[in-house]
Design a protein around this ligand. Structure first.
Ligand SMILES: [Zn+2]
Length: 153
């Protein structure tokens, strides 16, 4: 995989790389007001089906005259980063907060044969059946209690 090798004053410090890396970054930030400088090696990984996480390899102070070398190399054995903000147990979105009635006809669970919960609404079996029927008619005129929905032109 593509890695970033960071050498400071000729001394190998880190070989930044990780599977599922989205970005790898080496930065040198100087704070002239504080007479300080920092070398930071980090990146972002995007595990499948999970939120992105910060990967961190190195934060090192730097002084006047320091030489920072960054080499782009291919390696299968990079330094393991420490990770932040990773959610290993991605939880399903709770459905508790949604109104416990059919979002289409407004019926309550006790009045219908069964309900399906989506992320933001529920739907009863009867409405599902109606939607299914409409879908199967494939563009045909939909009529309900005398109201014609189609043929508006
Ligand atoms: Zn319904």
């Amino acid at each position: 995989m593509l890695c970033l090798e960071v050498t400071i004053n000729g001394e190998h410090r880190v070989l930044a790389g990780v599977a599922m890396a989205e970005t790898l970054n080496v930065s040198v930030t100087a704070h002239p007001g504080f007479n300080q400088a920092w070398i930071k090696v980090d990146g972002e990984i995007a595990p499948e089906g999970q939120p992105t996480a910060d990967a961190h390899w190195l934060t090192s102070s730097a002084s006047v005259g320091d030489i920072v070398q960054i080499r782009l190399i291919e390696s299968d054995n990079p330094t393991t980063p420490s990770l932040g903000r990773i959610d290993l147990e991605a939880k399903p979105v709770p459905t508790d907060g949604i109104p416990f009635v059919c979002g289409f006809c407004g019926k309550e669970p006790k009045d219908v044969e069964g309900m399906l919960a989506g992320r933001k609404a529920m739907i009863c079996r009867g409405c599902l059946r109606e939607l299914h029927a409409i879908d199967c008619e494939d563009g045909a005129t939909v009529e309900r209690s005398g109201d014609s929905v189609a043929d508006k032109d």
